[in-house]
Design a protein around this ligand. Structure first.
Ligand code: HAX
Length: 433
C-alpha cells in the first residue's frame, strides 16, 4: 500500500526525533495548570501532542501546517471537479506531504478495494427500532465491524510493539473506506428506500457518497469532498478526537476507538451544533416569511440575547477570526447558489451578528464558526433531515482521528492516565497559595 511504504520510510527519523526530545528535554515545563482548569474541563492545558493539525487563533485550522485555502488549492482534483480528492487529503494528513494526482488516486483505489460492508452490519441496523438516532446507528455499525480488525487479530497473536502502526493503518483504510457506505445506508434506511448502497470503484470517495445517498445534483459530489475535508481534523483536544486517542491508548483497536469517538460527537455541545444553527436560520425565515430586513434581524438577535440564549454558529473557544471552514463553504455557496433564500439569510447574518455581539461585549469572538453555514449547504442539495448531519461530520472526522491513531501507535504513545485530585486538596493548595 502506498501509504505504508511512505510512512515506513519516514518512521526511523520520527522515532529518533521523539526519543531524543524525551531523553534530553523530557523535564522542560511547557505550562502551568490552574484550579480553574482542573475544575474546568482542562481548558487550554497543554497536554496532548499531534503533528497532523493545529488550530491557530488567527488563521484557523492548519492541516500539516497548511491553511484551508492552500489545501484546497494544492490537493489534486478529479477531472472536472471543483473540489479535491478526499484521498489526497488523507495522504496529506498521514504523511505531511501533498500527493501527486497518481498518489491521491492510489489512496482512492485502496478505499475502493476495502469498501465492501459485511451483510451482518446492514442486518444489525435493520433490526433496530425505526426511531433510533442516526448517530446511535452509526456508532453501532462501527462496533459491528470490529470483527474485521487486523490490529486486534495481530495483537492477540503476539505483535512486536514497533509493528502496531502497520495493522492500525490497514484498519484505518478499511474503516474509512466503509464509512460512506454505512452512512448512506443509514440515510436510506431512515429516510428513503432502505436500499443497500454499493461503492463504485470507478468513482472517487466524494462522488461515491453523493451517488449512494441518492442525490443526483452533480454539485453534491463536490460538496461532499469539501465537507469531509473541512471536518476531518481540529487538533486533538476536541471531544471526538480526544476520545479516539484515549480509547486507542489502551490499545483498543481503531473500530472500538472510533465507535467511542462517535458517541462523543453525538453530544449537543460538540457535533450537534450544525443542526441548531440551521434551525435558528429557519426559525427566522419562518417568522418573517422570508429574509427579513437588517433592522428586523438586529431586533430578533437582541431579543435572542436578552432571553439568555446564544446565537448559534457564532463564537469560538480558540478562533478569533471568521472560521476558515465557514469561509470555504460560504465561497462554495456563493459560486453555486448565490440566490438561495437560506444562503441570502446566512449573508445577512454575517453582516449583522458580529456588530451585535461586539455591542453586547461578552463573546470573545463575534465571528461565525463552521456550523453557521454547513447545514444550509446540505439543505440546498435536498439532504434536509437535520438528525443526519452529525453522521456526515463523523465520516469526515474519521480521516483525522484515524490518521492520529496510526501515528500514536507508530510513535509509541502510551496509555493515558492523568492524575485526579480531591476538592479538599485543591482547597488546601489554594490556602497555601
Ligand atoms: N451568542 C451569545 N453569546 C455568546 C456567543 C454567541 N454566539 N458566543 C459566546 N457568547 C458568550 C458566552 O456565552 C459567554 O457568556 P457568559 O460569560 O455569560 O457565560 C461569553 O460570551 C464568553 O464566551 P467566550 O469565551 O467568547 O466563548 P466560549 O469559549 O465560552 O464558548 C462557544 C465558545 C462556541 C461554545 C460559544 O461561542 C457559543 O456558545 N456559540 C454558539 C454555539 C455554537 O456555535 N457552537 C458551535 C461551536 C463550533 C464547534 O466547535 N463545533 O464543533
Amino acid at each position: 500500500m502506498i501509504l505504508k511504504e511512505k510512512i515506513s520510510a519516514m518512521l526511523p527519523e520520527w522515532r529518533e526525533r521523539v526519543t531524543k526530545l524525551l531523553k534530553e528535554h523530557g523535564s522542560v515545563v511547557v505550562g502551568d495548570v490552574t484550579i480553574k482548569q482542573v475544575y474546568g474541563g482542562m481548558r487550554g492545558v497543554k497536554a496532548l501532542v499531534t503533528d497532523i493539525s493545529y488550530v491557530d487563533p488567527n488563521s484557523g485550522i492548519r492541516f500539516r501546517g497548511h491553511t484551508i485555502p492552500e489545501v484546497l488549492e494544492k490537493l489534486p482534483k478529479p477531472d472536472g471537479a471543483e473540489m479535491p480528492y478526499v484521498g489526497g487529503l488523507y495522504y496529506l494528513l498521514l504523511t505531511g506531504e501533498f500527493p501527486t494526482k497518481e498518489e491521491a488516486e492510489a489512496v482512492e483505489a485502496e478505499w475502493a478495494k476495502n469498501a465492501e460492508v459485511p451483510a451482518h452490519v446492514f442486518d444489525v441496523l435493520r433490526a433496530m427500532p425505526k426511531d433510533t438516532h442516526p448517530m446511535a446507528l452509526f456508532s453501532m455499525a462501527v462496533l459491528a465491524l470490529q470483527g474485521e480488525s487486523k490490529f486486534a487479530r495481530r495483537y492477540a497473536e503476539g505483535m512486536n510493539k514497533f509493528e502496531y502502526w502497520d495493522p492500525a493503518l490497514d484498519d484505518a483504510m478499511a474503516l474509512t473506506a466503509k464509512l460512506p457506505v454505512v452512512a448512506a445506508f443509514i440515510y436510506r434506511l431512515k429516510y428513503k428506500d432502505g436500499a443497500e448502497p454499493k461503492y463504485d470503484p470507478n468513482m472517487d470517495y466524494g462522488a461515491n457518497f453523493a451517488r449512494m445517498m441518492g442525490v443526483d445534483n452533480p454539485g453534491y459530489a463536490d460538496l461532499a469532498r469539501l465537507y469531509f475535508i473541512l471536518h476531518s481534523d481540529h487538533e486533538s483536544g476536541n471531544v471526538s478526537a480526544h476520545t479516539m486517542h484515549l480509547v486507542g491508548s489502551a490499545l483498543a483497536d481503531p473500530y472500538y476507538a472510533f465507535s467511542a469517538a462517535m458517541d462523543g460527537l453525538a453530544g449537543p455541545l460538540h457535533g450537534l451544533a450544525n443542526q441548531k444553527a440551521l434551525g435558528f436560520l429557519m426559525s427566522i425565515r419562518d417568522k418573517f416569511g422570508g429574509v427579513p430586513s437588517q433592522e428586523q434581524l438586529r431586533e430578533f438577535l437582541w431579543d435572542t440575547l436578552n432571553s439568555g440564549q446564544v446565537i448559534p454558529g457564532y463564537g469560538h473557544a480558540v478562533l478569533r477570526v471568521p472560521d476558515p471552514r465557514y469561509v470555504a463553504q460560504f465561497e462554495f455557496a456563493k459560486k453555486n447558489f448565490p440566490d438561495d433564500e437560506l444562503f441570502r439569510l446566512v449573508q445577512l447574518m454575517y453582516d449583522t451578528v458580529p456588530p451585535v455581539l461586539q455591542e453586547q461585549g461578552k463573546a470573545k469572538n463575534p465571528w461565525p464558526n463552521v456550523d453557521a453555514i454547513s447545514g444550509t449547504l446540505q439543505y440546498y442539495y435536498g439532504v434536509t433531515e437535520f438528525d443526519f448531519y452529525t453522521v456526515l461530520f463523523g465520516v469526515g472526522r474519521a480521516l483525522g482521528v484515524t490518521a492520529n491513531y496510526v501515528w500514536a501507535r507508530a510513535l509509541g504513545q502510551p496509555i493515558e492516565r492523568p492524575k485526579s485530585l480531591t476538592t479538599a486538596m485543591l482547597e488546601e493548595a489554594a490556602q497555601k497559595a
